[in-house]
Design a binder for this molecule. Structure first.
Ligand code: SF4
Length: 359
């Protein structure tokens, strides 16, 4: 976590947010797909929060909703004190200028028919200065900023002549050229080769340093979230099931799903028994047919018979800002100073056996 970051000045407040899509079943009916369910989240100015989870966990939909790019079914999203649902016309344009996105796939998100300079200039044509010379100056500065140097040479190239890492740098330049205050980076390194991933994440950290850029970093990769984010929110079936400072979540995961995700992270030292955690099998539930109670129950190796299938666990705050949604940590049994691990052990004693890997 970067030192000195104030966590008490939310730029972004997500309150009770739900996003439901409707999937057509036949000519007459559609079924609701609950992509995001009753999510609360705050992000402070200059903070990076990682949203982590499997495909279909709702992390991308949540990120898009914060950009006014997904329909809100319930709840609200407040950006610097303004409910973004109230924005339209010039105020919506101003918000779009300040809130930018880096897409996952630098191969499909860049038009193959436009030169790099034109691609980076495009947001300026919509939102930026009318003067062509000023736009050109900003484009070249943005390309230098993302280390595509000499910028004049790269500005003339077409995307297909660039490597995956270089294309993602073009995407970052497009997002940064408007000098946004809030950036959603949606799996920015998942489609590029391993050797470029660390460089891109380092570049994003560099761009953030020295300015109050607020980041929502969407990823399925807990290891990169650990190094890049201040806090990590783990999502499952549209809900945040655990939220904590990044190092704390990695060192002391509480939710059985977080533990399962960590078990899937390759451990360089196979002799490190402390790191060994059971891998949980099964598949995430169908968002159009979520089970009652805890959505993780069909896969959870420590589910509590009766309770977990019946009641949705609320997200409760333990000490040190660590939040978890799991019946192993009942709000009235965990107080500041008590060990969540002991609470888990005590509750685990009452769990049923043989419920794992059934999904
Ligand atoms: Fe969900 Fe229960 Fe498992 Fe906690 S113990 S993750 S509430 S099924």
């Amino acid at each position: 976590m970067r030192p000195g970051r104030p966590l008490d000045e939310p730029v972004l407040r997500v309150e009770g947010l739900s996003v439901t899509f409707y999937q057509r079943v036949n000519l007459w009916s559609a079924r609701p797909i609950r992509a995001v369910n009753e999510v609360d989240l705050t992000v402070a100015r200059g903070e990076t929060v990682a949203l982590v989870g499997e495909s279909g966990s709702g992390k991308t939909t949540l990120g898009r909703a914060t950009l006014h790019l997904a329909p809100i079914s319930a709840g609200r999203i407040v950006f610097e004190g303004t409910d973004i649902a109230d924005l339209d016309g010039d105020r919506l344009m101003a918000f779009r200028r300040r809130a930018q996105v880096i897409f996952q796939d630098p191969f499909s998100s860049l038009s193959p028919f436009m030169r790099v300079g034109e691609l980076v200039e495009e947001p300026l044509v919509i939102h930026g200065p009318a003067h062509r010379a000023e736009r050109e100056r900003l484009v070249l500065a943005a390309l230098e900023q993302v280390k595509l140097s000499p910028a004049t040479e790269f500005a003339d190239k077409y995307p297909h002549t660039l490597s995956g890492g270089q294309r993602q740098r073009v995407s970052i330049a497009r997002a940064m050229v408007l000098e946004p205050d809030y950036l959603v980076a949606d799996e920015p390194v998942s489609m590029i080769d391993a050797s470029s991933r660390a460089e891109i994440l380092y570049l994003l950290s560099e761009l953030q340093a020295g300015r109050d850029l607020t980041f929502l970093y969407i990823t399925h990769d807990l290891a990169s979230a650990r190094h890049f984010a201040d806090r990590i929110a783990v999502m499952y079936a549209g809900r945040i099931v655990e939220l904590a400072p990044a190092a704390q979540l990695i060192e002391d995961p509480l939710h059985p799903y977080t533990r399962a995700l960590l078990a899937a992270v390759p451990e360089p030292d196979p002799g490190n028994r402390l790191r060994q955690r059971p891998v949980v099998g099964g598949e995430p539930p169908d968002a159009g047919n979520l089970p009652g109670g805890c959505a993780f129950a069909p896969r959870c190796p420590v589910a509590i018979a009766g309770t977990c299938e019946r009641d949705v666990p609320p997200l409760i705050e333990l000490d040190d800002g660590h939040q978890v949604a799991c019946h192993l940590y009942p709000a009235d049994s965990v107080s500041a100073g008590s060990s969540p691990t002991s609470a888990a052990s005590a509750s685990s004693a009452a769990t049923r056996n043989g419920s794992s890997d059934s999904g």
